[in-house]
Unconditional design. Structure first.
Length: 162
């Protein structure tokens, strides 16, 4: 009976040992999965942030010029489409359209190669479609970010008479 009890205790001990090792391995794998998930989330965040930065860097930035008049709040923005066609003799036509931002009036006309508008601070997005004689098209989009006028504060110094 003592031998049987010893064997039972030995088997139970090995069972606990293997269970403990299994739990330890499981805890290790769970910790590795947690670290992997954190790295993946951090990488996804970094990629999203980089995409946002790339979009911001791709914007054409125009600053309202400083002219000494605080009432001035517009900048003239000129957009020029550069297009070419390898087929000799094809004429190209241009069509500008605004896709976002406060509405502006494109001058001289939206079907010119170069257009301009007066803009207040904000973001404006435009698309130009260029067609050839065969109605084959090329398109390009640009976002213009108009920045506010810069103005430095006056430097002041008080001098004491001697």
């Amino acid at each position: 009976m003592n031998n049987i009890n010893g064997y039972i205790i030995l088997i139970i001990g090995f069972g606990f040992l293997f269970t403990a090792r299994g739990l330890e391995q499981r805890a290790k794998y769970e910790e590795m999965d947690k670290k992997k998930r954190i790295r993946t989330e951090r990488l996804a965040f970094d990629l999203r942030r980089q995409a946002e930065l790339d979009l911001e860097l791709a914007k054409c930035k125009i600053r309202i010029p400083h002219d000494g008049n605080s009432d001035t709040n517009t900048a003239k923005v000129v957009l020029t489409a550069k297009a070419s066609d390898n087929d000799k003799g094809d004429e190209l036509s241009y069509e500008w359209s605004q896709t976002s931002g406060a509405n502006v009036n494109l001058k001289p006309k939206p079907n010119e190669k170069e257009v301009f508008f007066n803009a207040v601070k904000g973001e404006y997005t435009f698309e130009v479609i260029v067609k050839d004689n065969y109605n084959d098209i090329g398109t390009e989009t640009i976002t213009v970010k108009v920045l506010p006028e810069l103005n430095n504060s006056p430097d002041v110094e008080i001098q004491c008479p001697v």
